[in-house]
Write a protein that binds this ligand. Sequence first.
Ligand code: C2G
Length: 129
Amino acid sequence: MKKVITYGTFDLLHWGHINLLKRAKDLGDYLIVGLSADEFNAIKHKEAYHSYENRKLILEAIKYVDEVIPEKSWDQKVKDVVENKVDIFVMGDDWKGEFDFLKDYCDVVYLPRTEGVSTTKIKEDLFSV
Ligand code: C2G
């Protein structure tokens, strides 16, 4: 079984997230999502609209997602990859190069972001209404 992992906040879930999750799952058989905990979002200088528990509930309802684990620090990826016997690490290419250190443990794939949609844009568009 080929295991894939990706990480993110996945707040105000949109089709860019779904495109990423679908392509990540298409690379293997089992997709783990490291979902940013609320306290980790603070470290990323992000504030999610939905709580971790609710973002987890939403992700677990997606057919491409097999497992959701909490992402609590920048430093857990190697442990997650090794402990979960992950074969492929996937992120959108806005992160290109940032996680190349994982190449010692698994394949690293950066996928093109979906243009025209982002959680930030959704918030800005709604705020300006
Ligand atoms: N994404 C995408 N296209 C978009 C928006 C997002 O492909 N239009 C991808 C991002 O590149 C990322 C994933 O969807 O791979 C989740 O996006 P975010 O929730 O914004 O993730 P981020 O806050 O960048 O957290 O340790 C890694 C971090 O937790 C990543």
